[in-house]
Design a protein around this ligand. Structure first.
Ligand code: SF4
Ligand code: SF4
Ligand code: SF4
Length: 319
């Protein structure tokens, strides 16, 4: 029997949705499990300790998957340990690849976040003004430590060199299956690549006018998803809903437009794009009849950089 592929999985700072997507592979996962030896899966699935991973020889794990972003010193440490232990490291999901939804916090300073979490909200009762500290002494004798909360969110890919990037929040389970199969069969693209079919969401969207033999019309108005139900089979962007399908990788098979929701860009940028938000602004602006329509877009920074702010040219709010 051929040697099994040693696999490790780490969730850094994320919601565990990526873990659920792996579990969603269901029968496909059962098909590949005989070829895998899962040596570490923390913290969601197995009762393993960080020191278990730290004790493994460097380079002893064939493939590592890391989901989530890096906000805490503990996450940074473990991501670096994974890099040392794994021959091939894959950033799983858009948090790991570009910072993801948690990266929108980069529009706020650490102080603003702490003020909101520990002082300002209506339900907060904190008369002594207690905030988390990296070290404290309890009862004068027990020293407790907490990880450092960094000023900004970073993607895993900006903390260590990853070998492959994947999009999705979470990645569609069929896509994870295809990525795992590519790993097992050794059919991977050059290191540093995105694992993607390379098509945009528009390319696989049944609402695409081009796929219906029609001309694409310019946007006449800006609408929100709460403004009513969009017309079936009509391009959402054409109807005025800001859909980022033209600039987003379509490995999800356009699952949001399929259920009347505009694509928000979780798949990551189509090949060749350096700054997702900038390309999205450019694509949407080029589709408008009137530049004044831009004023009707709510919070454009968080719309266009919803999943990629930490990896953008700006990285976040500067002041
Ligand atoms: S990419 Fe999405 S599903 Fe995965 S950890 Fe981040 S927020 Fe959760
Ligand atoms: S813009 Fe959105 S709705 Fe229109 S074709 Fe592209 S993915 Fe589909
Ligand atoms: S349509 Fe866009 S936002 Fe929705 S899952 Fe696909 S890539 Fe993500």
């Amino acid at each position: 029997m051929p040697e099994k592929v040693k696999l490790a999985y780490l969730l850094a700072g994320g919601c565990a949705g990526c873990d659920m997507a792996v579990v969603d592979l269901s029968e496909t996962l059962l098909d590949v499990l005989p070829q895998l030896e899962i040596v570490f899966w923390a913290p969601t699935v197995a009762d393993v300790k960080y020191k278990d991973l730290e004790a493994m020889p460097d380079g002893s794990i064939d493939v590592g998957l890391v989901a989530g972003m890096v906000r805490l010193s503990e996450q940074e440490h473990m991501v670096k340990v994974m890099r040392r232990k794994c021959k091939t490291l894959i950033a799983l999901g858009i948090c790991a690849s570009m910072g993801g939804i948690p990266g929108m916090a980069n529009m706020h300073s650490k102080k603003e976040i702490f003020d909101t979490a520990y002082f300002d909200t209506f339900s907060t009762d904190n008369p002594e003004g207690v905030v988390p500290r990296t070290n404290c002494l309890v009862d004068g004798k027990y020293e407790l430590t907490l990880p450092d909360f960094y000023e900004k969110v970073r993607s895993v890919a900006s903390v260590v060199d990853v070998d492959y990037l994947t999009g999705g929040c979470p990645p569609h389970h069929s896509f994870i299956g295809a990525a795992l199969t590519a790993v097992l069969e050794g059919k991977l693209p050059p290191r540093g690549s995105w694992l993607t079919g390379g098509k945009a969401v528009c390319d696989v969207c049944k609402r695409n006018p081009a796929l219906q033999g029609k001309e694409r019309e310019l946007i006449q108005d800006i609408k929100r998803v709460t403004d009513g139900e969009p017309e079936q089979d009509k391009c959402l962007l054409q109807e005025g809903y800001i859909c980022l399908g033209p600039v987003t990788q379509g490995d999800c098979n356009a699952q949001c437009p399929n259920v009347n929701m505009p694509c928000r860009g979780c798949g990551g940028p189509i090949p060749g794009v350096k700054d997702f938000g900038l390309r999205a602004v450019s694509a949407i602006a080029a589709s408008m009849t009137d530049e004044k329509l831009v004023d009707k877009i709510d919070c454009p920074a968080k719309l266009f950089y919803r999943y990629s702010l930490p990896s953008s040219i700006l990285g976040g709010k500067l002041k």
